[in-house]
Ligand binder design. Structure first.
Ligand code: AGP
Length: 367
């Protein structure tokens, strides 16, 4: 069957709206409520090998790298294994130390990104174990890895990746669940996460249903030449991905910062002409995040706040985007969806080619 944009003005729009169905596909058949774990046969590792992993290193480029940061947080929170993400394009040039008890994870929609592929080859040449979180079946990265998790997002045509990224996040959640359950994650916590994962497709749909309101906000953001996207800890990779999407298709300067770093420099740039999109989930950092919003408001910086219903913004005059709450570990993906819609509608209001932004290719196959 031909894959076309159908009634949508662009593939990006179609692909954003496909996210609830794509999310169901990546989860299907992989959740085991009886043992509160995930089954990922494609990893090609038994429980003893899985248990022997001491560190997780995630490699990807662009948005895949940012979702990799979300994935590292999931692994650390659920499995309590040190984990971090790195830009695959930098990795092999710093002569990385490859350790036998580290699990390397290459993450890529296309499976053809040259920087990620070369990182995989460098690791394998030095005897490391690499698994792939890849969307395109049989792609170069998928073939080069020792095992992996296919993302089942379906074809993705728009340069600005959406549904593949959501499924990357879910792939990391499955991996973290499996790694956690051979360690200290309890069966009760495993089941809590499974219930949360099963709620996600419907909650993603609830965010997508806010498209009209987000379109209005996006039109205003598009008028600015420069914007900040801010978040902390779990929210920081969300802000990075939001800024990435915005700059890719709106061509506006969009810079991501940790909210906590604003006072160490970027606050100097806040003014009525420079809006900030702030990611403020209901979590242990809410009060500090709200404090930073007051600093921005005091400089008359316009604010769009992506947040949860129960967050008290202390009477601040902001545009508020409310997303449903899930388990705190899974919240980042729900906070990411409105940022896709903001980028898309900003680009649309500016009359840009949504699917083929200038200077960019869908997959980067030359170094
Ligand atoms: C996403 O919107 C970007 N177009 C880009 O950053 C992309 O995620 C990156 O090039 C990695 O691509 P891959 O997932 O196919 O490896």
């Amino acid at each position: 069957e031909a894959y076309d944009a159908g009634e949508h003005d662009s593939f990006m729009h179609k692909e954003m709206l496909e996210q609830p169905a794509a999310a169901e596909r990546v989860l299907r058949g992989r959740l085991d409520d009886r043992f509160g774990t995930a089954h990922l046969g494609g990893l090609n590792m038994d429980a003893r090998e899985t248990r022997a992993i001491r560190r997780v290193k995630i490699l990807g480029c662009g948005s895949a790298y940012y979702v990799g940061q979300m994935g590292a947080a999931l692994v650390e929170e659920l499995a309590r294994i040190p984990a971090d993400a790195e830009a695959a394009s930098e990795f092999r040039y710093r002569n990385p130390i490859i350790e036998p008890d580290t699990l390397y994870v290459a993450v890529s929609q296309s499976g053809e990104t040259i920087d990620t592929l070369l990182a995989v080859q460098e690791i394998r040449r030095k005897g490391g174990r690499v698994i792939g979180l890849v969307n395109v079946v049989g792609s170069a990265i998928a073939r080069e890895c020792d095992g992996g998790i296919y993302l089942h997002a379906g074809p993705e045509v728009a340069v600005a990746s959406t549904k593949a990224l959501t499924n990357m996040f879910l792939g990391f959640a499955l991996l973290a669940l499996q790694l956690g359950r051979v360690r200290d994650l309890s069966i009760a916590d495993g089941r809590r996460l499974i219930a949360g994962l099963n709620r996600l497709p419907e909650q993603i749909q609830q965010v997508l249903d806010q498209e009209d309101a987000l379109a209005g906000l996006a039109g205003r953001l598009a008028e600015a030449d420069s914007l900040f996207f801010v978040g902390r800890v779990r929210g920081y990779p969300v802000a990075r991905e939001g800024a990435q999407k915005f700059k890719e298709i709106s061509y506006r300067h969009a810079e991501a910062y940790q909210t906590s770093e604003l006072k160490h420099g970027p606050l100097a740039l806040i003014s009525p002409e420079v809006p900030t999109v702030a990611v403020v989930p209901s979590d242990e950092l809410t009060d500090r995040n709200v404090g930073a919003l007051h600093e921005i408001a005091a400089r008359r910086g316009p604010l769009v706040v992506v947040t949860h219903e129960d967050v008290d913004l202390g009477g601040l005059d902001v545009d508020r985007v409310v997303v449903p709450r899930n388990e705190r570990e899974l919240d980042p993906i729900l906070l990411t969806i409105p940022l896709q819609l903001l980028a898309y509608h900003a680009a649309l209001s500016l009359g840009h080619d949504i699917d083929k932004p200038r200077n960019l290719a869908k997959s980067v196959t030359v170094e």
